[in-house]
Design a protein around this ligand. Structure first.
Ligand code: BGC
Length: 754
């Protein structure tokens, strides 16, 4: 029964696709070349820049819209604004092809969820999918049909500011989370009014920018590209992501926007993906400074041949494509193909049926920033917190504790928890730590607040956006420290909120120093001198150098930039209403000099042996490993792993092994654990990582409970892009590791035979 239902669904889908294809063809046949090129043009709304401004005036834009020469707009938000722009097209243009409105809905629309890196620490795919779905619901209620998310760039370098926007350093975790986010945004039917098209970005390699410097060169080989960078994109394409965005960086000498090999040949060719590719902001024009095109005319030729279908804010296609066709430089078939892909999505979204279907004020008021959404944002935020250290079980705190000093520049900061890429998140709207604590404690608890130091001197004013401006950090004024010390002295416990401002990570926010900026370390040291019971509430968008703190402070709670409900969620964890279960999606280094740092590195010909000779791969002044490794995170309870068993020790390339491991909650509280499975392919036709995450499960354990957790190893897990330039399983010896992080694991071995 189930089978035949599925079959008919597939047939229906195919039929639906065919009908859409027919409609697309009939619209295309009516279009002039100019109108076709217009569909490939995307304009910014003009008031909310996320890249360098263009020279075009709003008046010129309006004229182009009226003439049907624009296919899409970005950064036009709200029912009112999108309706106005749509009306210009519908009331004036010849063919009345509706606009599609895109926006960076990265971690929520107005209800802000944790930054993507933080949310990834939940390792909770259902939760992540639901948060994307809720963001889609709010965005679609505000006139938006398309988000430029999820970002799925593998990022291993804490210096790179955009590390906050992805799921960290691991290809498997990134793939699973990318799919969850795509499914959340798109739902099972794009034509529903509460789903939006997703965008897999940035294709490809952007996260591996040399030295972590923004927009920098990426030089990786074909094997690393295929094995590490592309898997999340492939997974997203297979999950039916509607669009892709290419990226600013070059890839081994070819800017991604000009890269025919990955866009036209691989994505649209070999993977047979049928969505459209939007350029990144101005990235077609940037082929000129890259030095691969001498002007925008040539840049347009290269970009369209490479596969870029829509030009975001370069104003290159609109100025050059017609001439390129007339000069015989490009075939009009390339334009037809791009336009068909764009129109197809507009049909799928239902925009041709009703261009104003996302324009419902009543729905906007009802669904955006609702109480239900706030409640869920708190749920996501508490599940994204990672307990890094908890000496002598300082945490959880009792709600009846006598006195708490809440200290630090981020303690009463209602803006920083919103993080960067906060869409319509209203400045200063987050629940601060101080408010969260006050909401939670007993009426008899004394809560004292001291800022301790000023942090950002050009602090955000309401309504002002610091998206593209540098921050001015206080590096000298320590005058507020004594009052903080006095408060700390009298309190039973100090909650010290330090870390990074919202705008220290995100686009254009690369840093060479990943420690506590400004005078925060001085504050930490001064407070610790008078009270040992310090809990660091770390708010940040990247892995930081917290080595000193981790040696001296008893408890550290990794709280990222947790979104609208940050303070309440942190209080849930601090006071034990929620037992923390997050695990790091990125390695935390001992110091910045170790970056890029990632657990799934190669062994080298001279692996570090901790020995006395220097002739091994390592540093003389720092360890090779992470301070807090990938997959790490504590709980208020503890877990024991026993009896790792494999049902076979030898399999063929197509065979499967069933594994089981017993996990026991050995502590005094119920709690969740993320059970992680890694493999190591000992010998390959190309060198293989020392460990690779291949599966995980998040499970709840009652006190004393033991559960047998099962995994399966099969060819999907064992295959990789081999020296033959194919995805295949190679026979040989493998190790399998299971544990609660990437370092402390049980280990077994097996063999794959021909
Ligand atoms: C970013 C993209 C973003 C676009 C539109 C660019 O600067 O790299 O990720 O989607 O701007 O705001």
């Amino acid at each position: 029964m189930g089978c035949s239902n599925n079959k008919s669904k597939v047939q229906n889908l195919k039929l639906g696709d065919q009908i859409i294809e027919k409609k697309v063809d009939s619209v295309l046949s009516l279009m002039t070349l100019k109108e076709k090129i217009g569909q490939m043009v995307q304009y910014n709304g003009g008031w909310d820049l996320t890249g360098p401004p263009s020279k075009m005036s709003d008046k010129e834009k309006v004229e182009k819209l009226k003439n049907g020469l624009v296919g899409s707009m970005l950064n036009v938000v709200s029912v009112k604004a999108t309706r106005e722009a749509q009306k210009l097209v519908m009331d004036n243009s010849r063919l009345k092809i509706p606009l599609i409105f895109g926006y960076d809905v990265i971690h929520g629309y107005k209800t802000i969820f944790p930054i993507p890196l933080g949310e990834s620490a939940s390792w909770d795919l259902a939760l992540i999918k639901k948060s994307a779905a809720m963001a889609a619901k709010e965005a679609s209620a505000s006139g938006i049909q398309w988000t430029f998310a999820p970002m799925m760039d593998i990022s291993r370098d804490a210096r790179w500011g955009r590390i906050m926007e992805g799921a960290g350093e691991d290809p498997y975790l990134n793939s699973m989370i990318a799919v969850a986010r795509v499914q959340g945004f798109q739902g099972d039917d794009l034509s529903k009014e509460n789903t939006i098209a997703a965008c897999a970005k940035h294709f490809a390699g952007y996260g591996l920018a040399e030295a972590g410097r923004e927009y920098n060169t990426v030089n990786i080989g074909e094997f690393e590209l295929n094995n590490e960078v592309l898997p999340p994109f492939k997974a997203a394409a297979e999950a039916g992501v509607a669009t892709f965005m290419n990226s600013f960086n070059e890839l081994d000498g070819i800017p991604a926007t000009a890269h025919k090999g990955i866009q036209r040949d691989l994505l649209k060719g070999k993977w047979n993906w049928n969505g459209f590719i939007v350029s990144d902001w101005g990235s077609i024009g940037e082929l000129v400074p890259h030095g691969i095109a001498k002007d925008k005319y040539q840049a347009s030729e290269i970009a369209i041949k490479a596969g870029s279908d829509m030009d975001m804010e370069s104003h290159a296609y609109e100025a050059n494509l017609e001439k390129l066709v007339n000069d015989g430089k490009i075939d009009v078939a390339l334009i037809n193909d791009a336009v068909k892909r764009i129109l197809k999505l507009k049909f799928e979204l239902g925009l041709f049926d009703d261009p104003y279907k996302y324009c419902n004020e009543e729905r906007e008021v009802r669904e955006v920033y609702s109480a239900e959404n706030q409640k869920f944002a708190r749920e996501v935020a508490k599940k994204s917190i990672v307990l890094l250290k908890n000496e002598d079980q300082l945490l959880p705190l009792k709600k009846s504790i006598k006195s708490i000093a809440v200290i630090g520049p981020l303690a009463y900061d209602k803006d920083t928890p919103l993080g960067n890429w906060r869409a319509q998140g209203k400045s200063y709207s987050a629940v601060s730590l101080l408010e969260g604590v006050k909401n939670m404690v007993s009426p008899t608890t004394e809560v004292v607040y001291q800022k301790g130091c000023d942090f950002i001197l050009n602090d955000l004013k309401p309504g002002q956006s610091l998206f593209s401006h540098p921050l001015n950090i206080n590096k000298t004024d320590i005058s507020k420290i004594p009052a903080a010390v006095a408060a700390a002295k009298k309190a039973d416990v100090v909650l010290l909120a330090i870390g990074e401002n919202a705008y220290q990570t995100g686009e254009g926010r690369s840093q060479t120093n990943i420690g506590f900026a400004g005078v925060q370390s001085q504050l930490l040291k001064a407070v610790l001198q008078v009270n040992k019971n310090v809990v660091i509430i770390l708010m940040n968008g990247r892995p930081m150098d917290i080595t000193w703190a981790s040696e001296h402070v008893p408890s550290i709670l990794e709280c990222w930039h947790l979104g609208s409900q940050a303070g309440n969620a942190i209080a849930d964890v601090l006071f034990g209403d929620y037992n923390p279960s997050g695990k790091l999606p990125v390695s935390f280094p001992y110091n910045v000099g170790q970056e890029p740092l990632y657990y799934n590195h190669k062994n080298t010909g001279r692996p570090y042996n901790g020995g006395k000779l220097v002739t091994y791969s390592g540093y003389r002044d720092a360890p090779n490993n992470a301070l807090y490794p990938f997959g790490f995170g504590l709980s208020y309870t503890s877990f024991r792993y026993d009896n790792l068993k494999l049902d076979k020790s030898k399999i063929s390339k197509e065979g499967t092994i069933n594994l089981s491991v017993d996990v026991t909650n050995t502590g005094n509280l119920d709690g969740e654990e993320v059970i992680q499975m890694y493999i190591h392919d000992r010998v390959g036709s190309i060198t293989r990582p020392v460990k690779e995450l291949k599966a995980f499960k998040k499970e709840m354990f009652k006190v004393g409970e033991t559960k047998t957790i099962n995994f399966t190893i099969n060819n999907k897990i064992l295959q990789f892009y081999t020296a033959n330039k194919k995805w295949e399983v190679e026979p040989g010896d493998f190790d399998v590791f299971i544990g609660g992080n990437s370092v402390n694991t049980l280990k077994e071995s097996f063999e794959v035979i021909n």
